[in-house]
Write a protein that binds this ligand. Structure first.
Ligand code: SF4
Length: 360
């Protein structure tokens, strides 16, 4: 490949077509870092609104490091994959304790921070500091594989090695940050997964898959991993005197640090005859309360997260007896005033239930 011609064409396309995104204005290391973490697993359009609110509340490393984790989670609420927010917070504290509060500028230190891998470190340093580091993520995996007419499995170690090596060769000394952003933007907008726009592609003449007529066959992502798994959850709303029972997920659980109505994985479907009895026993084991539950008063929530197809049925406590006490390992549990719900970080479906509850 003629790298000089490729780079020239790509950068000139980017200069004419780049999207105006909030993190591209004043791209400091801190601002690029926040955007890169938000963009892991989340679409650009979703991230833009969150990004501005987050930066308003946490404008620099110091404000993020000195905030409570609850405040960070509250500003992350709805973005999902909350591990990212916990790691961001932990990394900010590490930057304060190990790097004097300044975002490190050497690759080794950046990649040692929680939540930052090889791709993210390269993206932050190239975009935020003009350093010559390559990137490889979902869009560029597909793009590089097509440019190279690479027919192997791009997820396998050998495929990853080949694509990283290509990315290293490709990234220029001049404008590496713009170049990397151009590659990712070309991958997402032109070299799309299905129906790539080869006729509008600025680097078509350099693309070996296009020349060989193989675009539709690349990338090979190996055996299909999309085996859906159905999960039935039962949530329990226990309300008394304007207060509701909430539980905070403990460390190690998927939603660690977030609050939710007590929720349990049901052994069977939510409408099976034993569902209410199972939940009544689960509440007693978790919180020491003796309850009688009724179903059917809240809408059934169905959604998909990665390979899971989730059904959440909500049961209301028709009678509640006993004193609330957390049992070992279940996380914090407490009666919470309904008026406080808006200021407490909750997972997405917990928030939906809280809104319904407030309206009812
Ligand atoms: Fe992708 Fe088509 Fe451009 Fe090749 S020519 S890089 S397949 S959009």
């Amino acid at each position: 490949m003629n790298f000089a011609s490729f780079r020239r064409r790509l950068l000139s396309w980017f200069d004419r077509n780049r999207r105006d995104l909030p993190w591209r204005r004043n791209p400091t290391l801190y601002r690029v870092w926040i955007s890169e973490i938000m963009l892991q697993q989340t679409q650009v359009d979703t991230v833009t609104g969150y990004y501005d609110r987050f930066i308003d509340r946490f404008p620099n490393i110091e404000s993020l490091a000195s905030a409570d984790l609850e405040a960070v989670l509250l500003h992350w609420e709805g973005l999902g994959y909350y591990r990212r927010a916990r790691q961001l917070h932990a990394a900010a504290r590490q930057i304060v304790s190990h790097h004097g509060g300044r975002f490190p500028q050497d690759f080794k230190s950046v990649v040692a921070l929680p939540g930052i891998g090889r791709y993210t470190a390269g993206a932050i340093l190239s975009i935020g500091d003009g350093q010559q580091h390559p990137v490889l993520e979902g869009n560029t995996i597909r793009l590089y594989a097509r440019l190279l007419n690479y027919r192997g499995n791009v997820r396998a170690p050998e495929g990853q090695k080949r694509l990283w090596a290509f990315a290293e060769e490709l990234v220029p000394k001049r404008r590496p940050g713009d170049f990397n952003q151009a590659l990712m933007e070309l991958g997402s907008r032109i070299c799309r997964k299905s129906q790539p726009l080869c006729k509008s592609c600025p680097v078509q003449r350099h693309c070996l898959a296009a020349i060989a007529g193989n675009v539709g066959k690349i990338p090979d992502t190996g055996p299909d991993r999309k085996k859906y798994e159905v999960v039935h959850y039962g949530a329990v709303i226990l309300e008394r005197g304007g207060r509701v029972v909430l539980r905070r997920y403990p460390d190690g659980e998927k939603w660690a640090g977030l609050w939710d109505f007590p929720r349990f994985v049901l052994p069977d479907s939510h409408d099976s005859p034993g569902a209410a009895g199972f939940l009544e026993k689960s509440v007693q084991d978790l919180a020491g309360l003796k309850v009688r539950l009724v179903a059917g008063e809240y809408p059934l929530i169905q959604h998909a997260v990665t390979r899971y197809r989730i059904t959440l049925a909500t049961f209301r406590g028709a009678s509640i007896a006993g004193r609330l006490r957390a049992r070992g390992g279940g996380g914090e549990i407490r009666w919470t005033d309904k008026s406080e719900l808006a200021g407490i970080p909750m997972n997405t479906t917990g928030r939906r239930l809280a809104r319904i509850l407030m309206r009812s």
